[in-house]
Design a protein around this ligand. Structure first.
Ligand SMILES: C[S@@+](CC[C@H](N)C(=O)[O-])C[C@H]1O[C@@H](n2cnc3c(N)ncnc32)[C@H](O)[C@@H]1O
Ligand SMILES: [Zn+2]
Length: 184
């Protein structure tokens, strides 16, 4: 009989100690979050906390400009599922300072009403934590719109923009993480 692949629930992944990472200035933008001690792959580093609200309420609080950009520029919103977003402007923690990377070492993974930032590979001390914001606009990703979301992650594979090319597959590490860990 074929054996079903063993999957670990996100909520069962080991938790990082708070001393393993810390917030500080980043060359990418403003503040970022950095490893200060080694972090193993498959670690729940920090929960992305905040108020759970509907997409409609998120749009009411932070309207999208005609070019797809949120107003004001820096909001702390992360999609939890098809119905809900997390507004880290209300009750947010350091997870909201994790910047975007085109070569991510982390991924936000949902577990019920919670969102965890999980390492998708081993992370060395000094490395900045980053996940792919993978922003997709309803409108075409024209060069002008890409410029409204510039990326300074510094990766060799940097796309130059936090917009994700439409229909492009996620980074292989992210696809592997999503296959490996049950999202429940
Ligand atoms: C949730 S905040 C991240 C924390 C932010 N650095 C801060 O100090 O508040 C998201 C904003 O940070 C900026 N950002 C994040 N990653 C970036 C990157 N790789 N390159 C340029 N700007 C980035 C963008 O302005 C984005 O809208
Ligand atoms: Zn980049």
């Amino acid at each position: 009989m074929p054996r079903r692949p063993h999957k670990t629930r996100v909520s069962a992944l080991p938790l990082a100690a708070p001393a393993q990472f810390r917030r500080r200035a980043s060359t990418r933008h403003g503040l970022g979050v950095f490893a200060v001690k080694p972090i193993a792959a498959g670690t729940r580093i920090i929960e992305y906390t905040g108020e759970l609200i509907s997409h409609a309420e998120g749009e009411r609080r932070y309207p999208t400009a005609p070019d797809g950009h949120e107003e004001p520029e820096h909001t702390y919103l992360l999609q939890l599922d098809e119905d809900r977003v997390i507004d880290a402007n209300v009750g947010g923690n350091d997870a909201r300072y994790i910047n975007h990377s085109c070569a991510p070492n982390c991924e936000p993974l949902p577990a019920g009403d919670h969102m965890w930032i999980v390492s998708v590979r081993a992370i060395r001390p000094g490395e900045e934590l980053g996940y792919d914001y993978a922003i997709e606009l309803d409108e075409p990703h024209t060069p002008a719109r890409k410029k409204r979301f510039p990326c300074r992650c510094g990766a060799r594979s940097c796309r130059g923009s936090m917009l994700k090319p439409k229909h492009a597959p996620h980074h292989p590490l992210i696809r592997a993480a999503r296959r490996r860990w049950d999202l429940s």
